[in-house]
Design a protein around this ligand. Structure first.
Ligand SMILES: *[C@@H]1O[C@H](CO)[C@@H](O)[C@H](O)[C@H]1NC(C)=O
Length: 211
């Protein structure tokens, strides 16, 4: 009888601890990231502040070359999303602002326009077919994982949108930065893009590249 009680108690403990592990895995940002996410923070040290992020209320700083700001709530800023396959960011686009052609290797994106007018689109990988549309307040658009896409403020005032991702670390690669903001030699950029060397050097100058 005692044995059965012990077994029952042990099973209960096992189920309880197993369930708590499955509920969440708040990122321990002091440890390195892994392909399956950050290691979990000690559950005893987890608090509600790990599941709340108050950083998306403010207007992003759009005083930059793209006249736009992305304020992320990814794992690094919001460790509670670690392992949950979800995250969000705020997009501020000043008049004339643009998020240049880019991809998120790690996740699909859902954009919701809160203010202003945004022309957004993506390019399919199979046929390079273009899907773009002018979006107004309340409109949403989805951008499939890994596909090149863009957002342009096509209105007369500032635009605000929120973008959610199907990954807590969606990643970001901006095509122009990949081509012109590094030390990839101009001759290789010319050879791989068919652009004129003068144009490549000009863009490297603007975006801080060299070579
Ligand atoms: C916005 O960014 C620019 C360029 O980095 C900087 O000079 C300026 O002080 C920033 N403005 C605010 C309000 O932080």
């Amino acid at each position: 009888m005692l044995k059965i009680q012990t077994v029952l108690a042990l099973s209960f403990l096992f189920v309880a601890s197993y369930a708590s592990v499955q509920d969440f895995c708040v990122a321990d940002l002091s440890k390195p990231d892994t392909p399956s996410g950050f290691p979990c923070k000690d559950a005893k040290k987890v608090s509600v502040s790990d599941f709340v992020f108050a950083g998306l209320g403010g207007v992003g700083n759009t005083s930059n070359i793209i006249k736009a700001a992305v304020t992320p709530a990814f794992t690094a800023q919001f460790p509670g999303v670690n392992g949950l396959g979800i995250s969000i960011a705020r997009l501020d686009l000043a008049v004339g602002g643009v998020i240049p052609m880019h991809t998120h290797p790690g996740g699909s994106e859902l954009l919701l326009v809160i203010q202003g007018t945004i022309c957004a689109g993506f390019v399919s990988s199979s046929a390079n077919k273009v899907y773009f549309k002018t979006l107004n307040k309340g409109d949403i658009m989805v951008f499939p994982q890994g596909l090149l896409h863009f957002q342009i403020n096509s209105g007369k005032g500032p635009a605000i949108a929120f973008v959610s991702f199907s990954s807590p670390v969606p990643g970001l690669q901006i095509t122009d930065f990949a081509l012109f903001a590094n030390d990839l030699p101009t001759e290789l950029v010319v050879a791989t893009t068919f652009l004129d060397a003068a144009q490549v050097k000009k863009l490297k100058g603007v975006l801080g590249g060299s070579g």
